[in-house]
Ligand binder design. Structure first.
Ligand SMILES: NC(=O)C1=CN([C@@H]2O[C@H](COP(=O)(O)OP(=O)(O)OC[C@H]3O[C@@H](n4cnc5c(N)ncnc54)[C@H](OP(=O)(O)O)[C@@H]3O)[C@@H](O)[C@H]2O)C=CC1
Ligand SMILES: CC(=O)[C@H](N)C(=O)O
Length: 251
């Protein structure tokens, strides 16, 4: 199914998975607004693709998220699809009390997603259609040491999505949680600071996911983008509520 005529907003599109999702949505025919704090990579993405427009956005700030949605509305129309992809992940040992990193995790991964729900749900209900896609993680389903706060944040997203989905049954709205395992080459762990936690997990700080990472196998950003396309192009009567997508050889 083509997404011609559809409008999408993707947060966290200045790198990694979000960038790939934005490209795939545009390649499938959607007009796409991409948001993140760093404007330069968003503008690079937009200048290489006529169906993509950049807009700076900090998802932890509700007014900034509202501005992202109103920029979308004035450029292409109110979104049909919102992809909440912005996220942070810090390996931290609880005993090392990296409170700033815990708070950032909650702010971006939980509050940021709530802001997304706040900006689109009422309009989606009025209109009788709309699709929210959250990039959660397999960390909501398998709990990793050194990642207690991150796992909790992604569990929050899963429960929020399922609770909202059930509340909205019959309104025409779809909510999908994509739960990726390790995805190669993204910037997710570049800014980690708890060397002890990273060492325990076999992760080298300052490297993209997959480099300096003792995992057997990883999936690609395009694999996650394909899962998003699968969910948003499903027939109207089909809801893809959850997609757990991991490397084949992950235990
Ligand atoms: N890589 C992996 O193995 C996996 C990743 N995920 C999830 O995928 C999502 C994307 O991560 P990934 O692509 O790997 O990592 P990246 O670090 O490459 O991407 C994270 C994105 O989030 C954006 N972001 C961070 N904070 C904010 C903020 N306050 N406001 C707006 N945007 C923000 C960043 O942009 P900027 O800094 O410009 O604001 C960036 O575009 C995350 O939610 C992550 O939890 C899930 C499972 C596995
Ligand atoms: C906990 C993980 O390593 C997971 N792949 C993620 O990055 O979310």
């Amino acid at each position: 199914m083509s997404l011609n005529g559809k409008v999408a907003v993707v947060t966290g599109a200045s790198s990694g998975i979000g960038q790939s999702i934005a490209k795939s949505l545009a390649a499938s025919g959607a007009s796409v607004i991409v948001g993140a704090r760093r404007l330069a990579p968003l503008e690079d993405l937009a200048s290489a693709n006529e169906k993509i427009t950049a807009c700076a956005c900090d998802v932890t700030d509700l007014d900034s998220f509202r501005n992202l949605i109103s920029t979308c509305e004035s450029t292409y129309g109110f979104p049909d699809i919102l992809v909440n992809c912005a996220g942070v992940m810090y390996f931290t040992l609880m005993k090392n009390a990296k409170v700033d990193e815990w708070i950032k995790t909650v702010d971006v991964n939980c509050k940021g997603v709530l802001h997304g729900f706040a900006c689109v749900t009422e309009k989606f209900v009025e209109r009788g259609s709309g699709h929210i896609v959250n990039i959660s993680s397999d960390a909501s389903r398998r709990i990793f040491p050194s990642l207690a706060v991150y796992c909790a944040s992604k569990t929050f997203v899963d429960i929020l999505a399922e609770g909202t989905r059930r509340e909205l049954v019959g309104t025409g709205i779809k909510i999908t949680n994509i739960q990726p395992g390790d995805v190669k080459g993204t910037e997710l762990i570049m800014n980690n600071t708890d060397g002890e936690a990273a060492e325990k997990m076999g992760v080298e700080i300052g490297k993209p996911v997959g480099e300096g990472f003792n995992r057997n196998q990883l999936i690609d950003v395009e694999d996650v983008a394909n899962a998003v396309i699968y969910a948003v192009t499903a027939p109207a009567h089909v809801a893809v509520n959850e997609v757990l997508i991991e490397p084949r050889d992950q235990e």
